[in-house]
Design a protein around this ligand. Structure first.
Ligand code: GLN
Length: 304
């Protein structure tokens, strides 16, 4: 498969969409990002790399970090994790409160904010030094020792984070948070603030694409069956209330973030990341969605 020619072709095909959608502005620091950029990187399990555009430009990974925090929490809690959250698509916005109230403080899945806030609480309860252990794990799987948090983006999000604070309070009311709420929120926002580029993200997601072998990164251990199941949750819940649409159009497990990144996996073959900050009304990158739809259409490769 000539991935480079296909990527170059699709890169040009999606450029007419460059002004569609709006970058996230509810996090003040993200409103300052140049919205008119696109980067792509596809990495195969046999070590090839294909890229286009701003593939080395770091951006705020936001909710893509929820895959990494889930991996760590699952390795620590195993089956017990599912006593504190579900694994069903939510069909609601990533920051919705309504369902959480109706379902007595048990988030639908680990990829909506409520679930990821519980995951942050779990990491705080288990880890001696959560901030450094988490970033060390992300550095290890991305193969890049310079990946880091952006503390000012995290502070900027905290300054306006009223909805996530409401979610954390509702979780605490239902005894689904063990630690101090402020500490949990700060750690959650910090994980969201990590900056990576398309190449680093594709490296990290390759670890999940290789689901036939166990995942073992410096003490974060998952069986191949657990890795396969993280892929299953990406497939059903990775795009909030647009997960069905992503599955329909693209047909790969993946995860998006409001920084404009989308990482997706073709199991046993490749991981691909697209970055473009303008989002549709569901909070997913307009160009990212279209790029991946065309990629799986033109290559005729998807899990279906
Ligand atoms: N930090 C963002 C928030 O909590 C992450 C949301 C996202 O990327 N969908 O709102």
């Amino acid at each position: 498969m000539n991935y480079q020619a296909i990527i170059d072709d699709i890169f040009h095909k999606v450029q007419p969409l460059i002004n569609e959608g709006k970058q996230a502005n509810y996090i003040p620091a993200l409103a300052k990002v140049n919205p008119n950029q696109t980067g792509v990187c596809l990495k195969t399990l046999d070590g090839r790399e294909y890229s286009a555009g701003k593939s080395s430009e770091r951006f705020s990974i936001q909710s893509i970090s929820k895959v990494f925090s889930l991996a760590m929490a699952l390795s620590l809690e195993k089956q017990n994790l599912w006593k504190r959250m579900g694994k069903e698509p939510s069909g609601t916005a990533f920051n919705s409160l309504v369902q959480l109230e109706l379902e007595n403080g048990i988030p639908r899945n680990p990829f909506i904010n409520a679930g990821a806030i519980v995951v942050a609480d779990i990491l705080l309860s288990h880890l001696f030094n959560p901030e450094s252990e988490f970033i060390d794990f992300v550095r290890l799987i991305s193969g890049s020792s310079t990946v880091n948090y952006n503390f000012s983006v995290a502070r900027s999000e905290r300054s306006q984070g009223y909805l996530n604070a409401a979610i954390a309070n509702l979780l605490k009311y239902h005894n689904n948070i063990e630690n101090d709420i402020e500490h949990v929120l700060q750690f959650y926002f910090l994980m969201c603030s990590i900056e990576m580029n398309c190449k680093e993200l594709s490296n990290a997601f390759l670890c999940f694409a290789d689901h036939k072998k166990a995942f073992d990164y410096n003490g974060v251990f998952l069986t191949s069956s657990q890795v396969k199941r993280i892929n299953a949750i990406m497939q059903t819940c990775g795009f909030y209330d647009e997960s069905g649409e992503f599955s329909y159009l693209v047909g790969l497990p993946g995860k998006s973030g409001v920084g404009g990144g989308i990482s997706a996996i073709y199991p046993q073959r490749y991981a691909v990341t697209v970055f473009s900050p303008r989002l549709n009304e569901k909070g997913n990158s307009v160009i990212g969605m279209k790029f991946l739809e065309l990629l799986t259409t033109e290559t005729k490769e998807s899990i279906f």
